[in-house]
Each structure stands twice: as structure tokens, then as C-alpha cells.
Design a protein around this ligand. Structure first.
Ligand code: SF4
Length: 194
């Protein structure tokens, strides 16, 4: 009963590590990394590339992620695609707060990551001021290949459990910067083993 109550109160974090529970944790992390759903949060031109990533050519559905959730309660990855205005910042934070734990954030493009060329009072100079960012996808805009690279990187971090440990320790995101991937034209894009 003690173990059950601990799990109900604190989730996987309540388990002390041993052979059985570490295997269970691995299984849960494996399942999480393969069942993530993105929240619908396109803000500017980067969102067009995000939409392209969901199309037939780049095929986000190979990760089960092709349907961007309109309700934050059904999503666990927020892809911030485009510049964040000061007016939109509290809305973004509210949507993030409404997402279920565990949840993760990808900052897509230089505008979301740093304000980009919009160095002015109207644009937030980095979405990490509003939510903890786990993976940064560079570019203006990042190509669909770069976004897929960021998503695969995030899935890898979820699978190892590294992200949850960091979140528990510091409350911050993983702060991983992926490299930019150039578009290679109309050829099939095969990333990773899945
Ligand atoms: S990074 Fe470039 S493409 Fe993306 S929102 Fe900013 S200006 Fe638009």
C-alpha cells in the first residue's frame, strides 16, 4: 500500500531505484518518447515550416505527431514557432500551464529563441523568459529537417529520462541547441531508426 500511495502522490519520482523499478521507468520513458502530441502554437512565418513538417513529404505521423492538438490538455510538446509578442506572452504561459505534466518545449527559429531581428520592446527577446525551453531549433526559418532533428533530439532526451531529472533539480529546460540541417530538395527524409 505504501508504494501505491507514494506512486499516486508523487508519480515515478516516488520509486526508489532497483532492478524492477528502473526497468519500469525505462518502459514508461520509452512509451512517453513515442506518444508525444504537439500543442497547436504557430505564431508567425516559422509556423509554415512547422505545417510543412506535418505534411506528407516529411511525415510527422511516423512519430504519431501529425495532429496538432487544439486543446493544451491533450498535448505534451509545445513547439513555439515564430516571434512571441509581449501581448502573446501571457497567453503562451497560460497554454503551457494548462498542458499536462510531463511536458516539453521546442523553441523554433531565431525569433522565438532570441527575438531574432526584432530587437524592440514589442517582441519577447527569448521565449525562455516565459517557459523552460528544452530544445532550440536554429534558422530563419528552420527547415522541416531541422525541426525533425529537434523533435528526434527531444525524443532521445525523454527516452533517457534526462529531462525529467533536470526539471526536478532546477526547474529549467534542457537547453539543448541542435545544428541547422539544410534542405536537400525533393528526396525522402529518413531520420533516425523510426
Ligand atoms: S525566425 Fe524567421 S521565419 Fe521564423 S518567425 Fe522569425 S522571421 Fe519568421
Amino acid at each position: 500500500m505504501g508504494l501505491v500511495n507514494d506512486l499516486l502522490d508523487d508519480g515515478m519520482g516516488a520509486l526508489t531505484h532497483n532492478v524492477i523499478t528502473s526497468r519500469l521507468e525505462e518502459l514508461v520513458n520509452w512509451a512517453r518518447s513515442r506518444s508525444s502530441w504537439p500543442a497547436n502554437f504557430g505564431l508567425a512565418c516559422c509556423a509554415i515550416e512547422m505545417m510543412a513538417t506535418g505534411g506528407a513529404h516529411y511525415d510527422l505521423s511516423r512519430f504519431g505527431m501529425e495532429v496538432f492538438r487544439a486543446s493544451p490538455r491533450q498535448a505534451d510538446i509545445m513547439i513555439v514557432a515564430g516571434r512571441v509578442s509581449q501581448k502573446m506572452a501571457p497567453v503562451l504561459r497560460q497554454v503551457y500551464d494548462q498542458m499536462m505534466e510531463p511536458k516539453w518545449v521546442i523553441s523554433m527559429g531565431v525569433c522565438a529563441s532570441s527575438g531574432g531581428m526584432f530587437n524592440n520592446y514589442a517582441v519577447v527577446q527569448g521565449v525562455d523568459q516565459i517557459v523552460p525551453v528544452d530544445v532550440y531549433a536554429p534558422g530563419c526559418p528552420p527547415t522541416p529537417e531541422t525541426l525533425l532533428h529537434a523533435i528526434e533530439t527531444l525524443h532521445g532526451l525523454i527516452e533517457t529520462g534526462e529531462l525529467l531529472r533536470r526539471r526536478a533539480e532546477s526547474g529549467a529546460g534542457a537547453d539543448v541547441h541542435v545544428r541547422e540541417v539544410a534542405s536537400t530538395g525533393p528526396v525522402p527524409i529518413l531520420l533516425g531508426g523510426r
